[in-house]
Design a protein around this ligand. Structure first.
Ligand code: ADP
Length: 371
């Protein structure tokens, strides 16, 4: 069992007929299981919320209101949880009402029916199975919690490492520059070359660390849904930030872009990374970039399309990984973080990002945003 509290291993029993309740609790207790009797279905709901491994319920003990509260309680379970419920069905001929209740219960989720009169053995084995299933859910929760903790620690580490590394790296870049200006004449050719290497590496490290910082900051976006952002304005500021690198032959056009619920700074970052890449990975042809937006099923899909060098489809997922690049620094400079940042932003806003492309035929990057 992993990290389950005493409350979480108990089995709740709802069986109004004294004999049934007694039989069940004794059967379970004799088998080492912790059984707690609930006087009515409202008490069952309260205890379910406090924590339980499973519940065993006599069908006739469920009122219509109680069923509703149980349904709400089950619907509000966290993703890892699917609490097992064993229902003792009516003995003899089932009434219409009890058939309907049974159907409603079945729709609630992890429900097993046991026909009465139930033998103690049957009750015992069905509760053991329910308990085993619940323990696996607790293990899953434990794994998820551990993963989330490790993830947060990693985020924190990446953030402070990239933040704290900025200053020393800047100093290496500055002092290597000063060294070459003031004392360059004291060095021979090899010495100057070495110094040049120090500076180039420091500058590269600077951009890696800056991008890594941007990547960790993209993760700290809060979950609340922001007010609609002026997408056209975000697109225009992305273009103005890229102005220096837009070649004279470029044609960059866009459809009217709808306001969407992504913070302006993040929308701009996405456009800047995607349009920046379209410029960087251009082909010999005059550069054409088109930005568009389409609404379908309450979801906006934005596309940034270019006529550049394209991407082999076998790499269409890999390129979104952090530090993943398809070219050397000499061919195309870069850190391999831009698309990873875009993916983080898209996913944080409950969207996704992908690419459609072929080598030599340009690329189309698409991302979705809930409308
Ligand atoms: P970087 O551009 O710094 O390498 P990115 O994460 O932005 O990092 O992109 C990852 C890789 O995806 C790039 O190295 C490049 O190989 C490929 N790529 C991205 N955008 C395009 C594009 N528009 N056309 C062709 N290849 C692209």
């Amino acid at each position: 069992m992993s990290n389950a509290s005493t409350l979480e291993v108990r089995i709740l029993v709802l069986a109004p007929r004294g004999r049934d309740a007694f039989l069940i609790t004794t059967t379970l207790s004799n088998d080492g299981m912790s059984a707690v009797t609930c006087p009515d279905d409202e008490a069952l709901v309260v205890r379910l919320q406090e924590g339980a491994a499973a519940a065993i319920v006599a069908e006739e003990a469920l009122t219509q209101d109680g069923l509703k509260s149980i349904a709400e309680c089950l619907a509000g379970q966290p993703p890892w949880s699917d609490i097992p419920i064993v229902v003792l069905t009516s003995s003899g001929r089932a009434s219409l009402a009890s058939i309907r209740r049974a159907k409603e219960l079945e729709a609630l989720g992890n429900v097993t029916f046991v026909e009465r009169p139930a033998r103690p053995d049957t009750v015992r084995s069905s509760m053991r199975a329910a308990l085993r299933a619940r323990m696996r859910q607790y293990q899953m929760r434990h794994r998820q919690e551990t993963l989330a903790r490790v993830n947060t620690d990693l985020e924190r580490f990446a953030y402070s490492a990239s933040h704290d590394l900025q200053e020393p790296i800047r100093n290496v870049a500055i002092y290597s520059e000063i060294l070459s200006m003031r004392y360059g004449n004291l060095l021979d050719e090899t010495g100057l070359e070495f110094l040049g290497n120090v500076r180039t590496s420091a500058i590269r490290m600077q951009s890696l660390v800056q991008d890594l910082l941007a990547y960790t900051q993209a993760a700290s976006i809060s979950d609340d849904v922001p007010e609609p952002t002026d997408t056209m304005a975000a697109y225009k500021s992305a273009l103005s930030n890229l102005a220096q690198s837009i070649p004279a032959d470029a044609s960059i056009t866009s459809d009217p872009l709808p306001p969407v619920r992504i913070r302006a700074v993040h929308l701009q970052q996405m456009f800047q990374n995607l349009i920046g890449n379209a410029i960087k990975y251009r082909s010999e042809r005059p550069l054409r970039i088109r930005v568009s937006a389409n609404l379908k099923d309450e979801v906006w899909t934005f596309a940034v399309e270019d006529n550049g060098i394209g991407i082999d489809p076998q790499y269409s997922e890999l390129i979104f990984g952090i530090f993943k690049r398809l070219h050397s620094q000499q061919q195309y400079p870069g850190t391999g973080i831009g698309l990873a940042i875009c993916q983080r932003i898209a996913e944080r806003y409950r969207g996704r990002i992908w690419v459609e492309s072929k080598p030599g035929s340009g690329s189309r990057f698409l991302f979705t945003v809930p409308a």
